[in-house]
Design a binder for this molecule. Structure first.
Ligand code: ADE
Ligand code: ZN
Length: 352
């Protein structure tokens, strides 16, 4: 794309370009796409009494001070999810929004332990989500895959038991991840369950360096042997680690609006995405928990570019291209999506 003259694209045109270009989403927790309206609808359907009188009161509770203050509310909200149909409806609502954002491929996290601890069968969780993914592909050609996450505040034995319990539905998920409270729960706590997942041929990713130190990114790489780092923004505190991430072309799934709401950075203008890209890292932009953090993927992209004048059309192209390259999709799909992305940007420069 070097000969394209992307620099000639004016800043005013960036929002439309960001919104319309084909892209992949690699860091979205499906429980984090549970909108307050759906919390109320599912509570009614399942005969659950909520501690909030109305939707505005739910939104008013979304004032987070850090990751844990968010997680407390996020797990409470997820308690309205009970049946396979609930999980289908949840994923379908996300996939409709993703399709509207021109997402052509999404790798979706789910937290089975949040549900099995409340007595929901793991098969209902997986089958409901998988049904929505299949239908999105059949109806819109949107490729959607599932990644099963272990809750790191629980024990490794609980994670191992969860993985074994999920195996009858092995064909419905492509990988495992690690999320929840980061500080005090380093990646090495989960060495055995990740070894087991790798032996099963599953892809492996982990949240690291969101609130936790660069050492957690290193142990996710060295001990869990992850293929992507979720967040990873604190890597910039360690120049040696940045060099390694660039050399190994290790993807980072960055979530700008999440980082602001959880106070990793004070404001979008302070976000280190430009520095990550300038360091040659394979950064991608994602929504994390869009119902809680004020925006889906295109909102993350448009708001981040608006706040950071250092980001231009070339970065928009790079981020979308990185999203495809960092995905776990087959090479033929990646090549097809990247060709469509190139065509999109070629058209944008020809319209100048
Ligand atoms: N679970 C949902 N969102 C998360 C985040 N941003 N960090 C860790 N665990 C999560
Ligand atoms: Zn996350």
């Amino acid at each position: 794309m070097d000969s394209l003259g992307l620099e000639r694209i004016a800043r005013e045109r960036l929002p439309a370009l960001l919104r319309t270009c084909p892209k992949a989403e690699l860091h979205i927790h499906i429980e984090g796409s549970l909108e307050p309206e759906m919390i109320f609808a599912l509570a009614r359907r399942n005969g659950i009494t909520l501690p909030y009188p109305n939707i505005d009161a739910v939104r008013a509770a979304y004032a987070f001070t850090d990751l844990q203050s968010f997680l407390d509310i996020y797990y409470a909200g997820a308690a309205v999810l009970k049946t396979e149909r609930d999980f289908f409806d949840l994923a379908w609502a996300y996939l409709e929004r993703a399709a509207a954002d021109n997402v052509v491929h999404s790798e979706i996290f789910f937290d089975p332990q949040t549900h099995t601890e409340r007595g929901v069968p793991i098969g209902a969780v997986i089958l409901g989500l998988a049904h929505a993914c299949r239908r999105a592909h059949a109806e819109w050609g949107l490729s959607a895959k599932l990644i099963l996450c272990f809750l790191r505040h629980l024990s490794e034995d609980a994670a191992l038991a969860t993985l074994e319990a999920a195996l009858p539905w092995r064909e419905h998920f492509i990988g495992v991840g690690l999320d929840s409270s980061e500080r005090g729960h380093p990646p090495e706590k989960f060495a055995r369950v990740f070894e087991r997942a790798r032996a099963l041929g599953l892809h492996v990713v982990a949240h690291a360096g969101e609130e936790g130190p660069p050492a957690y990114i290193e142990s996710a790489l060295d001990i869990l042997e992850v293929e992507r780092i979720d967040h990873g923004v604190r890597c910039l505190e360690s120049p040696g680690l940045v060099q390694r991430l660039a050399r190994e072309r290790m993807p980072l799934t960055v979530c700008p609006l999440s980082n602001i709401k959880l106070r990793v950075f004070d404001k979008l203008a302070d976000h280190n995405l430009p520095a990550l890209l300038a360091a040659g890292l394979c950064a991608t932009v994602n929504s994390d928990d869009p119902a809680y953090f004020g925006g889906y993927l295109n909102d993350n992209l448009v708001q981040t570019f608006a706040a950071l004048p250092a980001l231009g059309a070339r970065d928009a192209y790079t981020l979308a291209r990185n999203s495809f390259e960092a995905s776990f999709a087959p090479d033929a799909d990646k090549a097809r999506w990247i060709a469509a992305l190139d065509a999109h940007f070629i058209q944008a420069t020809q319209a100048l």
